[in-house]
Write a protein that binds this ligand. Sequence first.
Ligand SMILES: *[C@@H]1O[C@H](CO)[C@@H](O)[C@H](O)[C@H]1NC(C)=O
Ligand SMILES: *[C@@H]1O[C@H](CO)[C@@H](O)[C@H](O)[C@H]1NC(C)=O
Length: 679
Amino acid sequence: MMHLLLPLVPFLGTALCAQPSAPTPIAAPLRELPWAQLNFLHTTDIHGWWGGHLQEPSYSADWGDYISFAKHLHDKADADGSDLLLVDTGDRIEGNAIYDSSKPRGKFTYEIAKEQRIDLICSGNHELYKKTSSDGEFYHTVPDFKGNYIASNLDIYNPKTGKLQPLAPLYKKFTTKNQGIRILAFGFIFDFTMNANNTVIHKVADTMKEDWFQEVLQERDVDLILVFGHVDIRSVEYATIFSTIRGLQPFTPIQFFGGHSHIRDYKRFDSKSVALESGRYMETLGFMSIDGLSSGGTKKQVAVSQTPKLTFSRRYIDNNLFSLHHHSNKDGNSFPTKHGLNVSGQIDEARKSLGLSKRYGCAPHDLWVNRRPYPHKESIFSWLEEQVFPQSVAQSSRIVDGGKAIVITNTGGIRFDIFKGSFTKDTTFLVSPFTSGLRYIKDVPYKAASRVIKLLNNEGPIADMMSEQNAYLQPAEQIAAKYRPQMYSHLGQDSFVHDLHAQSPISAQHDRLFPGYTTRDDAGEDGDDTLHSEIQFYNVPNCIQASVGFDAKKDTPENVDLIYNEFIEKWVILALEYLDEKYGEEDTHAYLDGKSFTDIMTDWVKEHWDFVNAANPHKPTMPPKTISKGRTLQEPSFARTTVQALTSSDNRPIITAIGMFAIGVTFLHSSWAEILLPA
Ligand SMILES: *[C@@H]1O[C@H](CO)[C@@H](O)[C@H](O)[C@H]1NC(C)=O
Ligand SMILES: *[C@@H]1O[C@H](CO)[C@@H](O)[C@H](O)[C@H]1NC(C)=O
């Protein structure tokens, strides 16, 4: 099943369909798509990254490219009589300036999203934090995907009538186009509790007992039950759904698609039931296929019965043109469709109209959310704690007048890494898309204030309450790790040291691979389409804390202002109560007139990292090209990989494959041509 191929990059300089400023993807060995009778493409947790990743070549394709890709795979399905369905499991909004910096928020997102033909779509929790965004689903996404948007456990107060109703149909029964496979589909959200009060989420366990659910599952003319949702595939919620359905339908295959925890994962429930989760931020296009299903047949296709053994296969596609061209068997000229190009154009126009490449400063080095331990000089949280918070808050009048403060924020408010190089308006919203600002309580006894962080971070009554309410304060990837402790790296392993992890069978090239996803799931270690070296992943706490106006190691002030991100207000007040300090919402005040954390960070960057405009005596040199060409690691890495592949005698099949690949003039004109052509 596994074919290795090392195509050269035949579209250097002609990659006109990704965003114009997107970096060129990097050649790497690829695994093929396991195409079958029924195939799926799955996206989840897009969080507004319609434009792809403009600083990371591995994920540089955009929503327009995905539209072209899906068109080619649909053509393939039509040609060979198989079927292809597209699924999206929510959290399409919040996390990228295309959504968060537009006015109104969502102005571009709904228009871009609806261009793709998605067969099954549902809501995530981010669509539900604010009334405006769930109303946005009601007014835009639900009608745009009429009949395909499913809400099995989610109701909304209709903004026109005020009446409570399901956001969308509770389930869907349909038949696939080419095979006539009869599918019964449900769309869920996990037991989320922090939604605005205009929506009502039915707990999954309660939904299992509702009459409609029990009745629908009496249906016998079903070839496949499909459960998709904004739910971690290893969660209690999915375990409950699996056991309930399996109880009522002992022999029917069940395919799950999940999301929310921002990782790639694949779980086997039993021999007829599996689950796929497909990452985050448009980094991954999940591919899933099933062989051996029964079908009711179509005019062209006779009905078949289920085979004794079903075959489920999965592949996680890195979302870049190198992968997409390969899997669709197209090249730079034949890949982009008119429709795809138009959508890429719309995204580009949206980005331009929002001024996203406006530069605020220059990051002197990388700062990571999970790839470094905390504390660490390259941890984004250490940077906030030691620099951004103290230096920003020190300028407030209460500190200038001699006051002291503690600042607490949750790590989940930080969504993405900062790469060395240009820090733009785009970067700001990737790192901190949320509108929440800082609030404070005046003159809290230091004895209590200094203990709040422990209660927010450690096991104990407050932490227990958070987990009961599914209220997580850490980045989603950390929540995933709670179910999957093997995700953590151990201290002492250096990032980008490649010899520790035998990820793939082609160990000869192993230490020449580019860092990226190296997924281990229930089917093994061969899920990723692209072979990568491993990236490190470390634990971070729920919350971090900075001291302002005093040194916490030496001084113990009597009182401090307790400043915190408004998102965690409820928990801060509960923690104080537990420490016998009673405060209510009425005792809290907006810090800096409610200036958002995003703006606080932006102003800090302008003041401290704008080496061009500021008269900074310690001006460091600006790191080389970033945005337009991707990170500087890539070219040498690519060249080394390729040279080694070409010169290794184990790689004869690969070399043959290169010969079959349309290399063309572009390659010969590329600056790497002389390195790559054998002397
Ligand atoms: C939601 O909360 C707002 C403000 O607290 C209140 O005015 C409104 O009536 C509530 N809506 C529902 C449906 O409970
Ligand atoms: C996309 O197509 C629409 C409809 O044909 C057209 O109005 C629009 O200008 C096109 N946009 C771009 C960016 O090509």
